[in-house]
Each structure stands twice: as structure tokens, then as C-alpha cells.
Design a protein around this ligand. Structure first.
Ligand SMILES: Cc1cc2nc3c(=O)[nH]c(=O)nc-3n(C[C@H](O)[C@H](O)[C@H](O)COP(=O)(O)O)c2cc1C
Length: 199
């Protein structure tokens, strides 16, 4: 169909086309007899500011689903370009048959508030406690409170700001991986007055 301004649109069947998604490494297990495991999750997002909460959606058949349901804790490790291969690999093999930390060459390190380990190499580690589980259909959405955050110090600037541009964060869209592109503005730039020329 051609709309005004000559922009032509196709019609697709309804599907999960919202993109890009953040591909994250979720660590789980590490207590109650479970060995630590990693699962790659693209369906993750912030859902509440106060209290800080995020959600991850996990298919019940995943090994990690059993652990998260039993322990009600996990860590969302936000990877950089350096962990891209591990991100993909942890999303195609199961912890039922392999030790993913060892196989991916990733280092488990203690979390501050939860039992599953953080992935030391990942720039951001977000420790979570499950508050609600929603069985939506193909996936269970675990809605969790963020109880602690760790960030790699070298990714902070002198003003105490986290610099995503220093670590090559990943994006997942249409089944493919990308890195963040160039910075085009700061929150609110659309309404901020431009500095007078020459100042
Ligand atoms: C980029 C990517 C994103 C994925 N996103 C999800 C997701 O959001 N939810 C999910 O249940 N599985 C997702 N998967 C699949 C799981 O990571 C995969 O089935 C994994 O092997 C499960 O590991 P486990 O059996 O050790 O839990 C994704 C895989 C990849 C490669």
C-alpha cells in the first residue's frame, strides 16, 4: 500500500519484530545443587524505575528455566563485542550437556547479593531477584527486581558517567548481531537550546 508522501508499506504477519533487542548473557544456578549456567536472552528489558525492575522471557524447555524457577535469582550480564561469540554459543548449546563458563572461556565471579555468579568480562552485571513469573504462552516472563549492579571501572569517565561507547555494546535485530553505532545526542537534545556560536 502506498501512503501519503509516497511511502510504500508491506504487510507482515504479526510477529516479534520489535528491534533491536539487547542480547544478554543471563547467569543462573550456583546454589541448591545447581552448577552455574549461562543462557543467551534477547527478550529482556527494563520494566520499572522504582523499584528498579527488568524482565527476561524464557521458554520452559530451557535448562535455565528450571534453575531460575527454583532459585528465583539470576544475573543479567550485558556483553560487549569481545563476548559476541560467547553470546551466540551460549544460545545454541545447553547447560544440560556442557559447562558454558568453561566452554566460552568466561570467568564466574561472586555476585554481591545473589547466588548465581556474574560474568567478570561483561561490562555490566545486573543482579536480580524474581518478583513475578508470568506464563505468557511459549515463554515465561520473569519480572525481577534489580538488587545490585556492578560495572567495569575502566568504562567510567572522569565525571562518573558510564561510557557505552567504550565497550561496543551489542544489539540483536532480524536474527543478526550488530554493535552500537555512533552517538547522535543526549537525552532531551531535541528541546535543548543550541549554544550560541563562538562560545
Ligand atoms: C541471540 C539469541 C537470543 C536468544 N533469546 C532467547 C530468549 O529471549 N528466550 C529464550 O528462552 N531463549 C533464547 N535463546 C535461546 C537459548 O539461549 C538457547 O536455547 C540456550 O541453548 C538455552 O540454554 P540452556 O538449555 O542451558 O538453558 C536465544 C538464543 C540466541 C542465540
Amino acid at each position: 500500500m502506498t501512503h501519503r508522501k509516497g511511502i510504500e508499506k508491506q504487510t507482515w504477519k504479526p510477529g516479534n519484530v520489535l528491534s533491536p533487542a539487547p542480547p544478554v548473557l543471563v547467569s543462573c544456578g550456583g546454589a541448591q545443587g545447581w552448577k552455574p549456567n549461562l543462557i543467551t536472552i534477547a527478550w529482556a528489558g527494563n520494566v520499572c524505575s522504582d523499584p528498579p525492575m527488568l524482565s527476561i522471557s524464557v521458554r520452559p524447555e530451557r535448562y535455565s528455566h528450571e534453575m531460575i524457577e527454583a532459585m528465583r535469582e539470576f544475573v543479567v550480564n550485558v556483553p560487549s563485542l569481545r563476548q559476541a561469540k560467547a553470546v551466540d554459543w551460549c544460545g545454541v548449546v545447553s547447560g544440560r550437556s556442557v559447562d558454558k563458563f568453561a566452554g566460552a572461556g568466561l570467568t564466574p565471579a561472586p555476585a554481591l547479593k545473589v547466588h548465581p555468579p556474574i560474568v567478570l568480562e561483561c561490562p555490566l552485571n545486573i543482579e536480580c531477584r524474581v518478583r513475578q513469573s508470568l506464563e505468557l504462552g511459549s515463554h515465561t516472563m520473569f519480572v525481577a527486581e534489580v538488587v545490585a549492579v556492578q560495572v567495569t571501572t575502566e568504562l567510567m569517565d572522569g565525571k562518573g558517567q558510564f561510557r557505552p561507547d567504550r565497550c561496543g555494546l551489542l544489539a540483536f535485530a532480524n536474527g543478526q548481531y550488530f554493535t552500537l553505532g555512533r552517538r547522535i545526542g543526549r537525552f532531551g537534545f531535541s528541546v535543548r537550546k543550541r549554544r550560541a556560536a563562538g562560545r
